[in-house]
Ligand binder design. Sequence first.
Ligand SMILES: [Zn+2]
Ligand SMILES: [Zn+2]
Length: 115
Amino acid sequence: MTCKGICSRYKAQKPVGTGRYASGQRRCQICEIFIKWEGLWCPCCGYRLRTKPRNLKYKAKLRARVEAEAQEAIAVQPNIEVAEEVAATKVKRTRKTKAAIEVETGAQEAISIKA
Ligand SMILES: [Zn+2]
Ligand SMILES: [Zn+2]
């Protein structure tokens, strides 16, 4: 299951005023692309497509909305997709940090073995 480049033909443009999933776009995790495709499986790599945002993202979106309502600052969120992407970036960062900590811990263990 690898990207063969076919998916670029189905590449979906970022919708204005709505989410990608809300407008019927599907996400392939393997190709790392949003495509306009009716099927459940990626026409390119054959992997199962995502039709809904991940739980974590959804929760982040929900939380953002609740906070906005509480503050009564923003009546309408202009682009929820931005919040989704911010959440995704945060997740990636957290993973990287975790890996960095593991590396550091490993280095420290190596040092204590030497000592
Ligand atoms: Zn692909
Ligand atoms: Zn794919």
